[in-house]
Write a protein that binds this ligand. Structure first.
Ligand code: F6P
Length: 347
């Protein structure tokens, strides 16, 4: 067989481990060949390819990012995008394509399978952990370890200065990183997109904590968190307090807005840290290396079993496969039972 592989959507630690596993399994177990498409769906549209061998993919397990590079290209938004992909699959004599990506990448793969009859298998990845039908995506564990370490560091400086430190983490629509990272880091309040709160709730929690003799606090906020307005609707912000110190470049981010509100309402000196892409960079954790490797091996097996239109997934400690559609029809938002665990430690 000849198999194509691409990585799409935002990068995350573990992508190279999948590529390595797919190549190794294909060559060693099935005497198959693998070709890499560059820059997500742009690769098969523009026929940007690179041969992948055991030699060229050795020593990749610890490397973050993706040697195939990535993009957020959507072929269905481009002129003859899907048709060009089909043509280039034929041109490269490929029997199947493995798409490693987020919910958008997998949704495209599903449409290519359903509407254009392409032989596609998906591997789910994202630091956000928001893909349905799998307990975890690789990249997430690395991200929450980075967040935890950052919060540990914020703790010592917050305590030294009697400050409130707000830590903004990734997660536009799902609060998995905020909740796991916040619990692990011992956050005193966590704001997630799934549970808009009244601004006064966080203010009150900090006042309560400080009235118990604590002189510092750590607040974790997901980038997509929103406040609830008095009429119950959610809005980007109800905050208007002006900055009282030099703000980082994006003063409109939720982290900065929250820091200004907390300082204005409590009188406690407050600073914001936006972790941003640091959460996506660097080497994968052992958990992510193993999960990514297992996903890569399993996806290659699915291809050779001709189980197309399927996505590899983790359920408990076992791998299985699901229809791509099952994973992409909706977003996996935060398990609110986990948030209730976090709430025990607020205030
Ligand atoms: O999907 C992963 C993710 O890191 C999100 O958490 C974040 O909102 C988004 O990507 C950032 O995208 P970009 O790197 O394109 O700015």
């Amino acid at each position: 067989m000849r198999i194509g592989i691409l990585t799409g959507g935002g990068d995350c630690p573990g992508l190279n481990a999948v590529i390595r596993a797919v190549v190794r399994t294909s060559v060693k177990e099935y005497s198959s060949e693998v070709v890499g498409f560059l820059e997500g769906w742009r690769g098969p549209i523009e026929n940007m390819v690179m041969p992948l061998t055991m030699q060229s993919t050795g020593g990749l397990i610890h490397r973050g990012g993706t040697i195939l590079r990535t993009s957020r290209t959507n072929p269905f938004k481009l002129d003859r995008g899907p048709e060009r992909i089909a043509e280039n699959i034929v041109k490269n004599r490929l029997d199947a394509l493995i798409a490693v990506g987020d919910i958008d990448t997998c949704s495209v793969a599903n449409r290519l399978h359903q509407e254009h009859k392409l032989n596609v298998v998906c591997v789910p990845k994202t630091i956000d952990n928001d893909i349905n039908a799998t307990d975890f995506t690789f990249g997430f564990d690395t991200a929450i370890n980075i967040v935890t370490e950052a919060i540990d560091r914020l703790h010592t400086t917050a305590e030294s200065h009697n400050r409130v430190l707000v830590c903004e983490v990734m997660g536009r629509k799902a609060g998995w990183i905020a909740c796991y990272g916040g619990i692990a880091g011992g956050a005193d309040f966590i704001l997630v997109p799934e549970k808009p709160i009244k601004a006064q709730e966080v203010v009150q929690a900090i006042k309560t904590r400080h009235s118990r003799g604590r002189d510092y606090s750590i607040v974790v906020v997901a980038e997509g968190a929103r406040f609830e307005s008095p009429d119950g609707a959610t809005e980007a912000s109800e905050l208007s307090a002006e900055p009282t110190h030099d703000s980082p470049s994006d003063s409109s981010s939720i982290g900065n807005q929250l820091a200004r509100l907390i300082e204005a309402e409590t009188g406690f000196e407050t600073r914001a840290t936006i972790l941003g892409h640091i959460q996506r960079g660097g080497a994968p954790t052992a958990f992510d290396r193993v999960l990514a490797t297992r996903f890569g091996v399993k996806a290659t097996q699915l291809v050779h079993e001709q189980k197309f239109g399927r996505m590899v997934a983790l359920s408990g400690s076992k791998l299985h496969d699901v229809a791509i559609e099952e994973a992409t029809s909706s977003l996996k938002t935060l398990d609110m039972e986990l948030y209730r665990v976090a709430e025990v430690f607020f205030g």
